[in-house]
Design a protein around this ligand. Sequence first.
Ligand SMILES: CSC[C@H]1O[C@H](OP(=O)(O)O)[C@H](O)[C@@H]1O
Ligand SMILES: Nc1ncnc2[nH]cnc12
Length: 291
Amino acid sequence: MTKAVLGIVGGSGLYDLPGLEGAEWRTVESPWGQPSDQLRFGRIGATEIVFLPRHGRGHRLSPSGIDYRANIDALKRAGVTDLVSVSAVGSLKQELFPGAFVVVDQFIDRTVARPSSFFGNGCVAHVSMAHPVAPRLVEQIRSAAEAEAIDHHVGGTYVCMEGPQFSSVAESNLYRSWDASVIGMTNMPEAKLAREAEISYATIAMVTDYDCWHPGHAAVSVEAVIQVLGENRDKAQRLVARLARDFPAEHEPCPIGSDRALDHAIMTAPHARDPALLSKLDAVAGRVLAR
Ligand SMILES: CSC[C@H]1O[C@H](OP(=O)(O)O)[C@H](O)[C@@H]1O
Ligand SMILES: Nc1ncnc2[nH]cnc12
């Protein structure tokens, strides 16, 4: 059994975690680049927490400018076993009104300008993304939301667009025709990289707007997003605090194997592997490369 360390990636409007005991910002270096910020280490109850503000303190980084590989690698180096993203999203469904919390279970990756794998020439690997979200984490988030009496929806598809501009009405309707539930700009390639790093991943999507498809609502604007985030920050923080307090001490094996994703994923023969790439993979793939 491995000790559970709960990572939280704070999205727009969430740049720190109040209530973190013994909290300390620490720099974690990564061979993949510059993480979005220092990592905030601390505890809630008996659970070890590592928090990272995705856009950096002060929201310096745009969705396309975030170094997702450096972030996930740094979280892995910090010992994170389970990672929960808290993200602002637009709603693509009538019933997901601004203020709603959605624990999504699928993603559609529409990003085009972000490195999306730790692997490549010299060490080729293919992990499964059939089920991108760890079911046990979803259950833990669901229980925490129930315990805090926070309305939530479980399940749904998150479309990740490149941005930074919001969608056109035609694009928004296209995603609706795909039966997608919410739209954002950050959960990909984050979820793919977490899978490659064998970190169990889930997202709490906080609906801030109806994007631009809804005839009865104005098209999304930063102003509207900030307002709804402000109204829901307290709920999001309560949800994360409860999740952390009730989190099991040991990371239990993921029923879909998200924590063992590299077991049979690497194709490149040992003699054909690139030592330079292997050395950067020490944290992400050390478990399988060492054997
Ligand atoms: C001002 S809304 C757009 C911004 O917010 C979301 O980011 P995050 O997932 O980090 O909360 C969205 O994806 C955009 O990056
Ligand atoms: N409508 C929207 N589109 C993309 N990202 C968002 N984040 C919050 N609302 C969004």
